[in-house]
Design a protein around this ligand. Sequence first.
Ligand SMILES: [Fe+2]
Length: 340
Amino acid sequence: MINRRQFIRGGVLTAGATALAPNWVYAQKDGPEYFTLAVLPDTQNYSYRHPDIYTGQTRWLKENAEKYRIPFVCHEGDIVQNNDLFEWERAVVSHKELDGNLPYGLNVGNHDFSWTWFNGKRGEMIRDVCRIDQFFPPSKFEKESWWGGCFENRNHNSYQYFDAPGGLKFLVLNIEFAPRDVALDWGTAIIKKHPDHRVIVVTHAYMDNDDTRLGDGDRGVKLYFPDDNDGDSMWEKFVRKHKNIFLVLSGHICKDSRNNFKFDTSYTETGLLTSKGDHGNDVHQILADYQKRPNGGDGFLRLMRFTPEKNEIDVRTYSPFKDEWLTASHNQFTLSYSMT
Ligand SMILES: [Fe+2]
């Protein structure tokens, strides 16, 4: 397994590419073909307190879809903070910018669920109490050509399609927070039905911010659902087994648990690990979650430019709210991925 720092030391990965302008000029009319996968990290604070920033993100993606050649927008989960009605209503407003303009997938995180309460004390998290199916039901998407389907007729586990230059076919598989074994089994069945698709897995809690997967001793998943799967067990039971999975995207982790939960933006909001799957395929596993920045995250999102001719994925981090790019090596780096 190779992590981000090993990549940088070994020179395998072009991290923090200094030669590029901060605003990353995309308009290469005579250059190689490319497309840009957009990724929205946790939006929970925007739904709760800063809805204009969320809508600013989706509006910017809509308005720049042609320029950046964006075929699809992923969401890493924790759409809302407290599963309250007003938050979901705001999320619907934000996503109206994408509706009919840009295909997107949604992902449920721990904050999208509710807890039981007894005598004023919080009890257990309940998967079934989640308003996503009230505001973003599968029926909202079923007419779309890019909608694949979902598990249990709910939008907790779903898949979508997009195509890319050169005839490349992609499948985005959204897997629930702390997935149950039955959800992973469903994901396996979907992947087996699509042997000619390149698979991107999106799940809310998978990578930690120390460039390892969430596993034993990490509080990120087991705190909520101790009997279900974290990053390590997802890898063992599911991700490593499928030769067409090349990318796993996650959010959720934004604090440094090794530093008394003090926040330090240099390493607490990102993670990167590349591991070999059972079939010899490289799987890039990436964490991004900016929610502890001012204004609930300052509107930062990820733009992943795929250039098939170069077999590269260029990852950048941009905020439409601040019109600012994050250029440190953990927010701006290049991955190898064979597309030719
Ligand atoms: Fe979360």
